[in-house]
Design a protein around this ligand. Structure first.
Ligand code: PMP
Length: 387
């Protein structure tokens, strides 16, 4: 018998990551994972960038813990442009995916029992990180305009004192919604008034179908740590993410990253730098990804309207996810094995639930499959519903 830490015991396994094994079967069309379309990942351009990077001997060496200087510079320039104010390079810490940024942040900011406000439904990877840190989760509802910041304000007024408020501000995972600008402003103001930090987890912001990303929450205040990622705009396998935030937070995260993994891969950081600095290529690439993903979203929503008319389906304006609501009495967790038998995967709403159980909901990722397979996946789902 081996005794594991009590903190570890409180971490719920990710139903989604477990599902990936089932949905990887060749006979299954997966709407389950949050995977960008493999066909849209720029492998040839990455190969060229890798060749350029490898010509430099330091590309296969250890690098600075906070990230390669060239990458921090280009990320600082991107973030400054998005936030409309200068963000210096020393306020950027490069991480091994933005998932590591979440984990390091939770570990430097939270003591066991600290209150963390999360959206309900929530990004499962964030829930796991906060559970591992021993946090007390406080769920907040979402609507079509994102987090109900008005409900947060009411609860703060009657004594709620969170250490952190986590939000996926644009193209929410799993709900697909984007926080409206007045709510962003209000959230940043509440952070100042009550002294908590906002974690603005934003891997999808640049995937706005109209090409106009929302102004970040971080543009409205200083008590915001912003997380970004190369995963959805370049490729997940680069495992390059980053955070920007107050100097004290950056310094603490950098020190903990020394313990976690010394540094993120110099090779993939060099590749990422090369790709982001080639602005003509990067802009054209983003345009292509956005257009292809928007087409997949349209195919998905029109197939749902036609083949599953009893189901309510969100209207995506960016990102990768559509939120389905089946009629009262449906249990999407029970539907999943039938769907897999019919050759389609999705994630039941219960996987993202913090408080409300969400038995009738499902998250579908429309971005992973080529257009022609998207309709077939919905057809299989419709067949599973009537089976
Ligand atoms: N935040 C959110 C909201 C996500 O959906 C994901 C991945 N799906 C991540 C963070 C982590 O992504 P990565 O580590 O690849 O940057």
């Amino acid at each position: 018998m081996i005794t594991l830490s009590t903190r570890w015991e409180s971490v719920r396994g990710s139903a989604i990551r477990d599902l990936l094994t089932l949905t990887a079967r060749p006979d299954v069309l997966s709407l389950a994972g949050g995977l960008p379309g493999t066909d849209l990942l720029p492998r040839e351009r990455i190969a060229e960038a890798a060749a350029v990077a490898l010509a430099e001997p330091t590309s296969v060496q250890y690098g600075e813990t906070a990230g390669l200087a060239g990458l921090r510079d280009v990320l600082a320039a991107h973030e400054s442009q998005r936030c409309g104010r200068p963000i210096p390079s020393d306020r950027v810490v490069v991480t091994s995916g933005s998932q590591q940024a979440l984990d390091l942040l939770a570990r430097v900011l939270l003591d066991p029992g600290d209150v963390v406000v999360v959206e309900d439904p929530a990004y499962v990877g964030a829930l796991q990180v906060f559970q591992a840190a021993g946090a007390a989760l406080h769920p907040l509802p979402l609507d079509g305009d994102g987090m109900r910041v008005d409900v947060l304000a009411e609860r703060l007024a009657v004594g709620l004192r969170p250490r952190l408020v986590h939000t996926v501000s644009s193209f929410h995972n799993p709900r697909g919604v984007t926080m409206a600008a007045p709510r962003r402003r209000e959230l940043a103001a509440l952070a100042d008034r009550y002294g908590f930090l906002v974690v603005e987890d934003d891997p999808y912001g640049l995937l706005a179908f109209d090409g106009a990303p929302a102004v970040p929450v971080a543009a409205y205040g200083d008590r915001v740590v912003r997380l970004g990622s190369a995963s959805k705009i370049l490729a997940p396998a680069l495992r390059v993410g980053w955070l920007t935030g107050p100097a004290q937070v950056c310094a603490a995260v950098e020190r903990l990253k020394q313990c976690a993994d010394l540094c993120t891969s110099s090779l993939t950081q060099s590749i990422t730098t090369e790709l982001l600095c080639d602005t003509a290529w990067f802009d054209a690439h983003l345009h292509r990804v956005r257009a292809a993903t928007a087409a997949r979203a349209r195919t998905f929503t029109s197939a749902v309207a036609e083949l599953l008319p009893q189901v309510t389906c969100s209207t995506p304006t960016g990102g990768m996810f559509c939120w389905l609501d089946f009629p009262e009495g449906t249990d999407t967790t029970a539907l999943l094995p039938r769907a897999l038998e019919h050759g389609v995967g999705f994630v039941p709403g219960s996987a993202f639930a913090v408080d409300a159980p969400l038995p009738t909901a499902a998250r579908c990722c429309f971005a992973s499959l080529p257009d022609a397979d998207v309709r077939e996946a919905v057809q299989r789902l419709a067949d599973a519903v009537v089976a």
